[in-house]
Design a protein around this ligand. Structure first.
Ligand SMILES: Cc1cc2nc3c(=O)[nH]c(=O)nc-3n(C[C@H](O)[C@H](O)[C@H](O)COP(=O)(O)OP(=O)(O)OC[C@H]3O[C@@H](n4cnc5c(N)ncnc54)[C@H](O)[C@@H]3O)c2cc1C
Length: 224
């Protein structure tokens, strides 16, 4: 793991490990789902051990919840806009295309290394708008996007942990007094009510309300 990523990954992973332990959940890392037999209710995993050796194991399941690997849509992957990995080939900070300066990309399909979230899109949109306007005036585009993303992690039927971070594994909360590792009812309200309202009535209508996120807000919690 790169050192830069270490702080945010460890910071939230340790807190989530406690949630997992409290529920008595057994985790199985390094298991890649490679086949499912629906009628037989079995799933086959390729398991990689600590030495890198791989073997396949098949397990029975009562219910299987699968998330596919993240990917851009095929029409992006197959277009000249894509990089080798299939994502829209943009500069991580300006969101301007690396080969076509009059094209910008943002959101899940963009080749930015932030967490793919609507919270990231919320911070990317103003950067793209400002940079298109700058380009139209022949002014320099700005490196305005810092990789902010946010994952409201549901930890119970009425609590959420609000993980916010930026490029380089920086923990960048928006609320200075609240430990972001705490499971809170207020974040549950945010996820179910507050954030959707923000997205539908502010963001999609083109209004700008910036809630600043700061690495400095996390300093006190990072040392604990
Ligand atoms: C289960 C789940 C929970 C999530 N929870 C959160 C959360 O709590 N907070 C958060 O911030 N983010 C969350 N996200 C992530 C968030 O939904 C995405 O990051 C966000 O929607 C990305 O926006 P986008 O516009 O880039 O892509 P999308 O929202 O995927 O929009 C892409 C659009 O392009 C359309 N499209 C695809 N192919 C074509 C084509 N060939 N022609 C025309 N149109 C096409 C699609 O139909 C879609 O409407 C969640 C995602 C999932 C799946």
């Amino acid at each position: 793991m790169p050192v830069a990523c270490y702080s945010a990954c460890l910071f939230f992973a340790q807190a989530l490990a406690k949630v997992v332990a409290d529920y008595g959940i057994k985790t199985n890392f390094n298991c890649n789902l490679v086949a499912v037999d629906g009628p037989a209710k079995t799933a086959t995993f390729e398991v990689t051990d600590a030495a890198g050796a791989k073997q396949q194991i098949t397990k029975e399941f009562a219910m299987l919840h699968v998330t596919p690997p993240q990917s851009a849509p095929d029409f992006i992957k197959q277009s000249p806009l894509a990089n080798a990995g299939g994502w829209i080939d943009v500069n991580e900070k300006t969101l301007q295309h690396n080969r076509y300066p009059n094209i910008f990309g943002l959101g899940d399909a963009a080749a930015t290394s932030n967490a793919k979230t609507a919270a990231a899109v919320r911070k990317q949109v103003p950067v793209v708008v400002d940079n298109i306007l700058a380009l139209m005036k022949s002014a320099a585009v700005q490196e305005g996007y810092d990789g902010y993303g946010s994952c409201p992690l549901t930890t119970s039927l009425n609590t959420v942990m609000l993980a916010e971070f930026s490029y380089g594994g920086k923990v960048t909360p928006s609320f200075p007094l609240l430990d972001p590792r705490s499971n809170r009812g207020i974040w549950w309200w945010g996820k179910t009510t507050g954030f959707p309202w923000l997205y539908w009535h502010i963001m999609l209508k083109g209004y700008r309300i910036d809630i600043p996120h700061r690495e400095a807000y996390a300093k006190k919690f990072l040392s604990e």
